[in-house]
Ligand binder design. Structure first.
Ligand SMILES: O=C1C[C@@](O)(C(=O)O)C[C@@H](O)[C@@H]1O
Length: 239
C-alpha cells in the first residue's frame, strides 16, 4: 500500500508498544474499539521482547485496516533499541514486507541509514526519515539546516520532533513547519514534545504537519493526548 501523507486533513497516529503477543492482542482490541479515531498505526518495535513470535504479532497488526509505520526507536532518539542492531532488527520484517512505511533515524551512521533505506525501498516501503531532539528546540537557523540536510537525502516523508521548553519554542517550530511545507512537496510531520508543545499536536496541521500522534493506553512521548480526544479536537477545528 502506498499511503498518502499530507493530503489535507491532519491524520492521527497511535504507537503500538507491545512487549509480547499478549500485549499485541490487547492493544489491537483497543485499536478496533477506537478505530474511528485512528488513521495510522505505528509499531514501536523497540518494545518487543520475544523474537520468536515477532512475525505472528506482525500478521495480527497488519490485519488492521490502517497503514502501519514500522519504528525501531533507538536510545539516541528516546527509545529502547541499541543502534548497533538496527539493520538486523529491521531485516526480518522488511524482508517479509510487513507494514507500509519504515521510520529511519537521521542520527544513525549514513551507511546504516542507506542500508535500511535500500532494503525498505526494495520491498516497496515508503521511507520516513525522523529526528528527535530530546532536550530542546534549537534556534531557527539550526532547525532550517536540520530539515534541509534531511530533505536532501530524498525520503518520502520527513519527521522532526523537538522538545519545547517554552510556548515560544512551539511557535517557532510551527512557523518552520509552515515555511518548509510552503516551499517543498515532501510531507512533513513535526511536533514539539512536552506540555509546552500541546498546540503543535492540535494545530500543527494548520501549519502543514501531516500527522499528529495520540495515545492508545500510554503516551509514547511527552505531551500526547488520548487518541479519541485528539481526533475530536482535530475534527472540530478542521471542519
Ligand atoms: O517520532 C515519533 C513522534 C513521537 O515522538 C511524538 O512525540 O509523538 C512519538 C513516537 O512514538 C514517534 O515515533
Amino acid at each position: 500500500m502506498s499511503f498518502q501523507f499530507g493530503t489535507g486533513q491532519t491524520q492521527t497516529a497511535v504507537s503500538l508498544m507491545p512487549h509480547n503477543l499478549d500485549d499485541c492482542v490487547r492493544e489491537m482490541a483497543l485499536v478496533e474499539q477506537k478505530q474511528a479515531a485512528i488513521d495510522i498505526l505505528e509499531w514501536r518495535l523497540d518494545y518487543w521482547q520475544t523474537p520468536a513470535t515477532l512475525l505472528t504479532a506482525a500478521h495480527q497488526i497488519v490485519a488492521a485496516p490502517q497503514p502501519v509505520i514500522l519504528t525501531l526507536r533507538t536510545t539516541h532518539d528516546g527509545g529502547l533499541a541499541d543502534p548497533a542492531v538496527y539493520l538486523d532488527r529491521y531485516t526480518p520484517l522488511l524482508s517479509a514486507q510487513i507494514g507500509d512505511v519504515v521510520d529511519i533515524e537521521w542520527s544513525l551512521p549514513e551507511a546504516v541509514r542507506k542500508a535500511v533505506s535500500a532494503l525498505a525501498r526494495a520491498n516497496g516501503y515508503q521511507v520516513l526519515l525522523s529526528h528527535h531532539d530530546l532536550k530542546k528546540t534549537p534556534d531557527n537557523l539550526t532547525l532550517q539546516k536540520q530539515l534541509a540536510a534531511m530533505h536532501a537525502t530524498h525520503p518520502d516523508i520527513l519527521k522532526l520532533a523537538t522538545t519545547a521548553q517554552s510556548n515560544d519554542d512551539t511557535t517557532r517550530l510551527m512557523a518552520l513547519t509552515q515555511s518548509f511545507t510552503h516551499n517543498h512537496t515532501t510531507p512533513l510531520i513535526t511536533m514539539a514534545m512536552s506540555e509546552f508543545g500541546l498546540a503543535s499536536r492540535i494545530f500543527g496541521g494548520q501549519f502543514g504537519s501531516a500527522v499528529s500522534f495520540g495515545y492508545l493506553e500510554h503516551p509514547s512521548a511527552s505531551g500526547q493526548l488520548p487518541i479519541e480526544q485528539l481526533k475530536g479536537l482535530l475534527t472540530m477545528h478542521q471542519n
